[in-house]
Write a protein that binds this ligand. Structure first.
Ligand SMILES: NC(=O)c1ccc[n+]([C@@H]2O[C@H](COP(=O)([O-])OP(=O)(O)OC[C@H]3O[C@@H](n4cnc5c(N)ncnc54)[C@H](OP(=O)(O)O)[C@@H]3O)[C@@H](O)[C@H]2O)c1
Length: 250
């Protein structure tokens, strides 16, 4: 299987790469930090995987378009769009620059990359596209307006693409993790409910991909709490969100 993973130099992407590293799989790993990426690639090769690394900043849209075009020359079986960043804002107005960066990295870069790949997947009439979104896309805290918005945009994109590509036999999956221990969350200064290790998070993700789950939010208890909150009348929702935010120390 030929598997492309973006954001493979750390966290979920790194552990996904290690999971899929085997004699049967050919991996293409993409990220900015060349040394970190090469180190992950070496560990994957030690497990028998054939690995190619691509050092690129997903915010360079024309480069991503070019990389997508080149990768699409050979059939791709699974694409995991995992590269992403978060920025928290405690109390202050979200700077426009942060909004811009988060939308570029977490959302716009995805289509810059996929635009030249989608026609070849349609032609080959197979393939899987996996988007790594977030439970934070379902409910927006005042401290993560830009992050939640970018991931909600990603959900909308993934939903439309799923309908568009279904007739071609292409599976589109959206994974919505809760808090996972990674470089991204290590900088958080608040208590993260239901925090999972990267290994535990990746185990859930690979199981969901194997079962071709179109929409996979986890951990279930955290997801159900969010769903229950969303069913409440608006005034109660406001109260809960503000209370939770107050406890976060924002
Ligand atoms: N950790 C969580 O609690 C959590 C929860 C929900 C969703 N997620 C999502 O899961 C995904 C992976 O996050 P993580 O927790 O594993 O964090 P992480 O350890 O910080 O990993 C992020 C990965 O994305 C890559 N990346 C970031 N910006 C990039 C850019 N401009 N160009 C190319 N690559 C870039 C990073 O590589 P370089 O820095 O080397 O470029 C790194 O490999 C993200 O999309 C995140 O939003 C995480």
């Amino acid at each position: 299987m030929r598997i492309v993973i973006t954001g493979a130099s750390s966290g979920l992407g790194e552990h996904l790469a290690l999971h899929y590293a085997s004699f049967e799989n050919e991996l293409v790993l993409l990220a900015r930090r060349a040394e970190r990426l090469e180190e992950v690639a070496q560990r994957c090769r030690a497990r028998g995987g054939h690995v190619e690394t691509v050092v690129a900043d997903v915010n360079d849209f024309s480069l991503m378009h070019q990389i997508g075009k080149e990768l699409a020359q050979t059939p791709i079986d699974r694409l995991i769009l995992n590269a992403g960043i978060s920025v928290g804002h405690s109390g202050s107005v979200t700077p426009f620059e942060d909004f811009y960066t988060l939308f570029k990295t977490n959302f716009l870069s995805v289509h810059a990359f996929l635009e030249p790949i989608i026609p070849s997947l349609m032609e080959q009439k197979s393939g899987e596209i996996v988007f790594v979104s977030s439970l934070a896309s379902l409910i927006t805290m005042p401290t993560s307006i830009a992050y939640s918005s970018s991931k909600r945009a990603l959900n909308a994109y993934a939903e439309g693409l799923r309908y568009q590509l279904k007739p071609y036999g292409i599976e589109v999956m959206t994974i919505l993790p809760g808090f996972i221990d990674s470089e991204m969350t290590q900088k958080n200064r608040f208590k993260m409910p239901f925090l999972l290790s990267s290994e535990a998070g990746v185990k859930r993700i690979v199981d969901a991909i194997a079962r071709k789950k179109r929409y996979y939010p986890f951990p279930l208890r955290f997801y159900l709490m969010i769903r229950a909150t969303l069913l409440l009348p608006q005034f109660l929702r406001d109260w809960i969100v503000n209370f939770t935010n107050f406890k976060k120390g924002a």
